[in-house]
Design a protein around this ligand. Structure first.
Ligand code: PEP
Ligand code: MN
Length: 611
């Protein structure tokens, strides 16, 4: 009967029924977890225990991922799921604290929340996310314009409104800032919502940040990581703005946003909007605001609210296993004789003579050249969706920092696999994004630079292109970190001169990569020149990493050379991995299988811990 109606076999029916049962149990267990979280929340709101213990969170995520793996699940999937669960718990606990400080806030009544746009517009989704963790039921209402929406709050027809204030692609929304100043409403929260960009041209994630406004401000418990939003204007005097901003610096208050808008009715004068990390209930912040007032002609604090964009409020990332207790040794400042030697070199911008301190390069959330060495891992070439996603997952799970994958392959033979081109780049970008890792890929042709830069976080210049000056020039014109590999036959100074070509066009974000050079030795694919590392670190301030894969050509030697690279002072390593090296379309013999890559990561972690 069931089969006749649904066309499904009894076996499938039975399995689906079992699935439904499992899903119901999952929901029930989540509800049981939430009840425990509520109890913890009650305890914390009456005591002064910290709201968030990131080392406990990290340990818990690690334990659950390992347990998941043991039970046949993908560890990354388990981690991602539990990050969402933890985030929700933290929001619930913040709710308890906010309600305790602001008793009126929880007095039972249905909340009315205004947003701009139609149902399912970004504002509506942000509102649902924001108020979803409140115990009170909320009714959402869309308004055609921002003034109409804010007017509803002003006239008490709505309790809250979500004011879109900035967009990660288009920047600040001027109208919203101007309205904020005019309407005299309080800011009581913020929310960040990703915009659905499938079908638009732009491949980058775009987020809109909303301020949650209400008629009255809230007080926030000091344990909630908070932001404060304010507006000020200064006298039309030399240095007035600098003196005002200095107040934040002297009180170590981190500014997260600074925006200027014309001051109404005062041509060529401006009002400044500032968001900073801090709580107005903190006595230090109070002192800072009093000092700030003395430097302004007008100061208005819009409110203080739980932050959604600060690092503390983000769920802890799985930590990289390669954490050194001691920062990587930076070379001593160059002596007079080294400076004299460097001044004769054909490179200036790249030279340590011009900049004594190490340069660090920010790639997404990863810092290259900082106190911790980085690991880049991925296949030689992107070959399929399954292959690159499998590499992305293992790289993330083991704590690597970036995902690599060639889409345009420079091959010695014209008959060899040349890469998947832009189709591969789409997959690489999607795989990196799905696990939260920045991606590195090689660009072969000047005409491709701009397009590849839209999707890749780091542009790689391969060994064979180190002196392709047209390519260097084009890459020098984009604002994207570059990884410049050492040419097969290039001297250290030629390599640094190639970096200078890029930097002289404006782009200073060059990461050097030693990948072995041609010598008489044929037992290895190339000869890894680790002597170059201390030499390069003496001659340039740019970070330098090592690719042992292309140097060795054989997977068995990659791990010891990766360890040797970090011991020599390299600021990271890049290795090739593959789910099944025997089936790789390029460079299979040097690719690490996942178990070997796991062992490599363990060894690097042990090496770092022993430092
Ligand atoms: C690569 O890293 O994909 C590559 C082709 O390396 P190299 O340019 O060092 O040969
Ligand atoms: Mn390769």
């Amino acid at each position: 009967m069931a089969q006749e109606l649904t066309g499904l076999s009894p076996e499938l029916e039975r399995l689906r029924r079992q699935l439904d049962e499992v899903d119901t149990r999952i929901v029930e267990e989540l509800a049981a977890r939430q009840r425990l979280v509520e109890e913890v929340g009650q305890l914390k709101s009456s005591g002064d225990d910290e709201l968030r213990d990131s080392s406990r969170e990290e340990a818990m995520l690690g334990r659950l991922a390992a347990h998941g793996r043991g039970a046949g699940l993908d560890g990354f999937f388990v981690t991602r799921l539990f990050r969402d669960i933890i985030d929700h718990s933290i929001r619930r606990q913040q709710e308890h604290l906010l309600n305790r400080e602001n008793p009126k806030r929880s007095q039972a009544r249905v909340l009315s929340v205004a947003f701009q746009g139609t149902e399912q517009a970004t504002g509506h989704l942000a509102a649902q996310r924001h108020f979803g963790s409140r115990e009170l039921q909320a009714i959402y209402r869309g308004f055609e314009t921002l003034p109409a929406m804010l007017d509803a709050v002003k006239s008490q027809r709505a309790d809250y409104a979500l004011l879109p204030i900035e967009n990660t692609t288009a920047g600040s929304i001027n109208e919203a800032y101007d309205l904020l100043a005019q309407m005299n409403l309080a800011v009581v929260g913020e929310e960040v919502e990703k915009i659905d960009t499938t079908d638009t041209e732009d491949a980058h994630d775009t987020y809109t940040r909303f301020l949650v406004v209400s008629a009255t401000p809230v007080r926030c418990d000091l344990r909630i990581p908070c932001k404060t939003s304010l507006l000020f204007s200064v006298r039309h005097e030399e240095g007035a703005l600098l003196r005002a901003l200095n107040v934040f610096a002297t009180h170590s208050l981190n500014l997260t946003k600074l925006e200027s808008r014309p001051r109404p009715a005062s041509p060529w004068e401006y009002v400044f909007y500032v968001d900073f990390e801090g709580n107005v209930a903190d006595p230090d912040v109070e002192v800072a605001l009093t000092e700030l007032a003395a430097h302004t002609v007008f100061l208005k604090v819009f409110g203080c609210y739980p932050a959604r964009t600060t690092r503390e409020s983000r769920v802890a990332e799985a930590p990289s296993p390669i954490v050194t207790s001691e920062p990587l040794a930076a070379p001593a400042p160059p002596s007079a004789s080294i400076v004299e030697m460097l001044e004769k070199k054909p490179y200036r911008l790249a030279s340590r003579a011009g900049r004594a301190e190490d340069t660090t390069i920010q790639v997404g959330h990863v810092l290259v050249g900082g106190t911790r060495p980085i690991v880049i891992a991925g296949p030689c070439g992107v070959e399929s969706r399954d292959q690159i996603f499998a590499c992305a997952r293992i790289a993330k799970e083991l704590g690597a920092d970036m995902l690599r994958g060639g889409c345009f392959k420079p091959r010695t033979s014209p008959y060899a696999f040349q890469g998947m081109g832009y189709e591969g780049l789409d997959l690489l970008e999607e795989a990196g994004r799905s696990v939260g890792l920045p991606v590195v890929t090689e660009v072969l042709h000047p005409a491709d630079v701009e397009r590849v830069a839209r999707q890749a976080n780091v542009l790689q210049i391969g060994a064979r292109n180190m002196q392709n000056f047209a390519l260097l020039k084009e890459i020098g014109r984009v604002d994207r970190p570059v990884m410049l590999k050492r040419g097969l036959m290039a001297s250290i100074d030629e390599w640094l001169s190639a970096a200078e070509h890029i930097m002289s066009q404006g782009n200073q974000q060059v990461i050097l990569c030693e990948r072995g050079i041609r010598t008489f030795e044929t037992a290895t694919r190339n000869t890894l020149d680790l002597t170059a590392i201390p030499v390069v670190r003496e001659r340039t301030h740019l970070p330098v990493i090592v690719d042992p894969s292309h140097a060795c050509g054989v997977w068995r030697w990659v791990t010891p050379m990766a360890e040797a690279a970090l011991a020599s002072g390299a600021q990271g390593v890049m290795v090739e991995i593959h789910p099944d090296p025997s089936k790789a379309l390029s460079d299979g013999p040097q690719a690490l299988s996942f178990p070997v890559f796991t062992e490599l990561m363990k060894r690097l972690a042990r090496q770092a811990a022993a430092r």
